[in-house]
Write a new protein. Sequence first.
Length: 195
Amino acid sequence: MTDLDTKENLHRYLRGAREALLGKLDDLSEYDVRRPLVPTGTNLLGLVKHVSIVTAGYFGEVFDRPFPGALPAVGEFAEPNADMWATADESRDDITGLWHQAWAHADATIEALPFDAPGSVRWWGDVPVTLHHILVHVLAELNRHAGHADIVRELIDGGTGWRHPGDNVRDVADWPAHRERLESTARSFESATRP
């Protein structure tokens, strides 16, 4: 496989993963996309905001191609974890608009630079990287957060699937019975000695 083929393949997977994450917002209310459903406050709109900011940084500053717009929740005065949730002043359209801008900027960087283009990640202590390294890194991060979004979406309305609810998940006629079977199996190991 040539570098060009590898770059295009990684770029294709990146596009698919970003569609999957954004698709988790489909058909949900403002309330539902903002709901913190786990103790750390993870929520769907916050995941989209976070990945937008990460994308803008890795495909922008790292390759001396600064993101053209302002990024929310970054800088020395930003509240901790401010990139992981949408404030009352940030609409869903604001966050999804940032998402589209960040990915358009990323696409332009990926298309403009060779696979071995050098960059430097300031927040890693100025570690030298290549476009290849950043494509792999962001793809891993994006898929990790898409997995978080899968779980959050299921907690909201039971929706499962890759890009949209139900698009690749085998339908189990009775999910509660299936879950109970798994719980029963897990309980059979309750008395097992922990490592």
